[in-house]
Unconditional design. Structure first.
Length: 573
């Protein structure tokens, strides 16, 4: 987007700011029988602290157990531990004149878990979002995508440039109104793999969407809404998959019904084809257990195989937006989701296709492209989704687990987790996340924080060593408020709330509160939007966040980020 657009738009907006509390807690809640730790900022000079129940009775009092200097500045914070309090209830934690609400519950994450999944319904395109499901956030259908144009970069002999196709359904990707195969596929991969491992939890979850009560888990109904769109993004003549469905430029901060730009499918890519193949192969195995999806599976598996075959024939067709703009009109300036190495996509896709078909060729391909070490799963490096799927086979007792030797990768993941355990011992916020500057990247709350929690839960599942489970829970503590900014990063929750996410619907719908259940990107030392927004509050990486609608680098929402949240809470329950 152009600088002038941002300056004109955001200078005309006003914003509410939440006052930071000097006592940082998990604002959503603590489990009754788990650790309960708060962190005190140096501005609060109180030496003793009390926890009182709803009747005003003191149930705990004490001093800080330790002091920890920030790795990023001179702040020395104190840690208070009231884990001995186990009775469910709503409490008040006080130090001097500062008070902070504390919730203790047997199931503190139920509400936020449902909201995180429900957020996908609020991102749906091409249908009315009805008041009986969305309340004040109801809106009229937009972007039916029944007249999408084939962009010249995506032209083929039987679908030349200008061909009109229909590509309805799916989710808006993030704060914008476009739809991207790479990120959609990654999002679904994260959620369906968590569903495989936490099936009973998700099967019991009712989030009040139109499909609720149909005998299918709401998470599967929601995911299917996007999969149906993904199927329309495959060229029926050659099996290739368009990289994205987009307008040439990002729309302004208007409601979806006010958008007027022509929408296009743009360039096929190797990554899109492989991510599509992996997602559909995984979906065939998950939905194949449900008789009502028999026809879908008959369609989806051949589509996955055709996409994989296209990628084998075209192994290095990388999405090249600048190059396309030099050759074709109209120019496109929306999100790229590009990366130059498809080996991780080959590994994930071959893994999922082998498990769906048991064809040896896919197994050989998976072995060929197997990563050398474990890394956190991100849309640009999906190798971990392949690794996790092999771990799923072991954890679920599948005979297929023996087909691939991932012992070295499991050791690599254990080493990663052990490093986090070591960092936790001296962490200023008692969290596995946020202990080094490189944690605070674009979308840090998702891949770097929630992704860590999911990884630790896999290590716990494999080892049954409870240290890893307890460490995983600290990633949720960070997301829910025990962090340097004091924000609970999920919209609609917490005592210090995100009110101004970089999301067009929340900014334009006339409702004071943003759409609930969305995970904000989080502190980002890169500050890539700095010239368009007010000065960031600090140069410390863990404080490089602002609750401002213009801050796309720290305060946007995205489906892949919410997928991490849904998946993590499925593990933590």
């Amino acid at each position: 987007m152009k600088k002038g657009f941002f300056v004109a738009l955001f200078s005309a907006m006003t914003f509410s700011a939440s006052a930071q509390n000097a006592i940082k807690v998990n604002q959503i809640g603590y489990y009754t029988n788990e650790s309960k730790v708060a962190v005190v900022e140096p501005s609060l000079k109180a030496s003793t602290f009390t926890l009182k129940d709803a009747k005003g009775k003191t149930v705990w009092s004490g001093a800080a157990t330790r002091s920890v200097k920030s790795p990023f500045n001179d702040k020395v914070r104190r840690v208070i531990d009231f884990s001995q309090v186990t009775a469910p209830g709503v409490y008040t934690l006080s130090g001097g004149r500062v008070k902070q609400k504390v919730v203790i519950s047997d199931s503190p994450y139920t509400g936020v878990s449902k909201a995180a999944l429900k957020a996908f319904y609020l991102q749906r395109t091409a249908m009315d979002i009805e008041a009986r499901y969305a309340g004040a956030y109801a809106r009229s259908a937009a972007h039916p995508d029944d007249k999408v144009m084939v962009h010249p970069s995506a032209a083929s002999p039987l679908r030349p440039a200008g061909t009109i196709i229909s590509s309805p359904l799916g989710w808006y990707d993030a704060g914008d109104y476009n739809k991207y195969i790479v990120n959609s596929a990654f999002t679904i991969g994260v959620m369906l793999q968590s569903y495989q491992m936490n099936k009973a939890y998700f099967d019991a979850m009712d989030v009040n969407i139109p499909e609720s009560g149909n005998g299918v888990a709401d998470i599967l109904d929601e995911v299917m809404y996007n999969i149906r769109w993904m199927l329309t993004m495959q060229d029926p003549y050659d099996g290739g998959v368009y990289h994205k469905l987009t307008t040439p430029n990002f729309e302004g901060f208007v409601m979806p019904t006010e958008c007027r730009q022509q929408r296009y499918v743009v360039q096929k890519s190797t990554q899109a084809a492989l991510d599509f193949a992996a997602t559909l192969a995984l979906a065939v195995r998950v939905y194949g257990e449900l008789p009502q999806y028999a026809e879908f599976c008959k369609e989806a598996l051949p589509a996955a195989e055709r996409a994989y075959a296209w990628a084998v024939r075209n192994p290095s067709v990388i999405y090249d937006q600048p190059g396309n703009n030099e050759k074709y009109d109209p120019d496109v300036f929306t999100g790229m989701y590009d990366d130059n190495d498809p080996s991780d996509e080959f590994f994930w896709a071959a893994t999922e296709l082998f498990l769906a078909t048991h064809e040896n060729a896919y197994l050989q391909q998976a072995r060929q492209f197997m990563p050398e070490k474990y890394t956190l799963p991100v849309w640009g490096d999906v190798g971990a989704l392949g690794i996790m799927q092999w771990m799923n086979q072991e954890l679920l007792g599948s005979a297929d687990a023996k087909a691939m030797d991932i012992s070295a990768l499991k050791e690599s993941m254990k080493a990663f987790c052990d490093n986090d355990l070591e960092a936790l011992r001296s962490s200023a916020f008692c969290s596995v996340f946020g202990n080094k500057a490189e944690d605070f990247v674009w979308g840090s709350n998702s891949e770097m924080c929630a992704g860590r929690g999911i990884t630790l839960m896999y290590q716990y599942a494999l080892s049954k060593d409870d240290r890893y489970r307890k460490a995983a829970m600290t990633s949720a503590d960070h997301l829910f408020g025990r962090n340097a900014t004091g924000y609970c990063y999920v919209t609609g929750f917490g005592t210090q709330r995100v009110m101004n996410p970089h999301q067009r619907i929340s900014a334009a719908d006339g409702v004071k509160d943003p759409l609930p259940g969305f995970l904000a990107g989080g502190a980002n030392s890169g500050k890539q939007d700095a010239e368009y927004v007010p000065p960031y509050p600090s140069d410390s990486p863990d404080e490089a966040y602002q609750d401002h609608v213009g801050s796309y680098a720290s305060n946007e929402i995205a489906i892949n980020w919410n997928a991490y949240l849904v998946a993590l809470l499925g593990w933590l329950k």
